[in-house]
Write a protein that binds this ligand. Structure first.
Ligand code: UD1
Length: 356
């Protein structure tokens, strides 16, 4: 069996790691295509190095641009790659512009497409990720869903016959990395010179929070006013927008810091008093590490984290402050994101459902 994985943005490299490992264990011919959507070493290369992923076989070098320019450049470049590779499956990950470009290119070339992390919905039609998810799910031949809620969304859209519940591959990688960093001091905590559990880890990068200067100023002021140091692991997008609008990212309790490599992020989160984020992946990682999370959004795709009390949605400064200072949630042994063996199930499902 030959699989072409198409990835391009930071969270996709994390999801790729367990798939690449299981593909190798099953002697699958696995070709990795990197679109180049993320190109800064801290958003790309470090994930390949730290998570033991082989260097991409093909790198499209597309880079940044408006949605249409970026997605279009990927589409134009992928036709030739797929034509040369002729895989049994094109595997696409998550909800970025790289995901929708690869799905669209492959489906038009009559190549079977599998979507990993299918069925997530925010039902917020202003989010670029929501367009990417819906379009990718409806184009793909096989929908690999991480949760029962995702399975239900796909069924509601008439896609049940193409859906398989495999679990969440981010759980696979998180468990491995958590065990690797356990017992070691967090490099970030050492660098800051703070006591464990006396800082918050923050990430803000979504267009809804960064692109409108008034909204970005509101979020930054909310973080700066919190009761403990807040380490903002600043994505280049938030750095660029803050600089353009003259909003300092280090002020009050807020300390701007470069993004962290994945093991350092896991260690910093484990050692923290809580997470404040608009990232999907980090909400779930916080839950899996049993660190309380406050999500700076009006909705979340990972509703299980909210239902179990480990995540709250917050918009205003008051809501964010109330979120981070709320009492620790009740312990739970619920496993809505699977057993840490999802990637093996993905490879088995691809082998079973192979049509060529
Ligand atoms: C993308 C995904 C988002 C995902 C996020 C993870 C889309 C629509 N969005 O958002 O779903 O949660 O990745 O991080 O696909 N930039 C750099 N260096 C880089 C990459 C980007 O400086 O290596 C800057 C550029 O100014 C660029 C901006 O960040 O214009 C935004 O990058 P882009 O890839 O368009 O979206 P993200 O915000 O990273």
């Amino acid at each position: 069996m030959k699989i072409v994985s198409v990835v391009g943005a930071r969270p996709q490299f994390v999801k790729l790691a367990p798939i690449a490992k299981e593909a190798a264990a099953a002697s699958v011919d696995h070709v990795i295509v990197h679109t180049g959507q993320h190109y800064d070493p801290m958003l790309s290369d470090v994930f390949f190095d730290d998570l033991g992923i082989a260097a991409p076989d093909v790198h499209l070098g597309v880079g940044s641009g408006s949605h249409g320019v970026q997605t279009g450049a990927m589409l134009a470049a992928l036709d030739a790659v797929f034509d040369a590779q002729q895989p049994d499956w094109v595997l696409v990950y998550g909800d970025t512009n790289s995901t929708v470009a690869a799905a669209l290119s492959a489906v038009k070339m009559h190549l079977p497409v599998a979507h990993l992390e299918a069925g997530l919905r925010s039902f917020n039609r202003r989010m670029p990720e929501e367009h990417n998810r819906v379009l990718t799910d409806h184009a793909a031949d096989l929908l690999l869903a991480p949760t029962q809620v995702a399975v239900d969304h796909l069924a509601a859209e008439g896609l049940a016959a193409r859906t398989v519940l495999v679990g969440d591959v981010m759980t696979d990688v998180l468990h491995v990395v958590r065990d690797e960093v356990a017992g070691r001091p967090s490099p970030l905590v050492a660098e800051l010179g703070v006591e464990p559990r006396s800082h918050y880890v923050a990430t803000i990068h979504r267009a809804e929070n960064t692109d409108d200067p008034a909204r970005l100023a509101e979020v930054v002021a909310a973080l700066a006013g919190l009761d403990k140091p807040v380490v903002l692991l600043a994505h280049p997008r938030v750095v660029a927008k803050a600089a353009a609008h003259g909003i300092p990212l280090t002020q009050g309790s807020l300390i701007a810091h470069a993004p962290l490599a994945y093991p350092d992020l896991v260690a910093a989160t484990l050692a923290s008093a809580g997470v404040v984020t608009d990232s999907g992946g980090l909400q779930k990682e916080a839950f899996l590490l049993r660190v309380p999370c406050t999500t700076v959004r009006t909705e979340t795709e990972w509703v299980e984290t909210v239902d179990l009390g480990w995540n709250v949605l917050a918009g205003t400064a008051e809501e964010i402050a109330a979120g981070v200072t709320r009492p620790r949630p009740a312990d739970t042994d619920a496993t809505p994101y699977g057993d840490g063996k999802a990637a093996g199930r993905v490879i088995e499902t691809l082998a079973e459902r192979r049509t060529s």
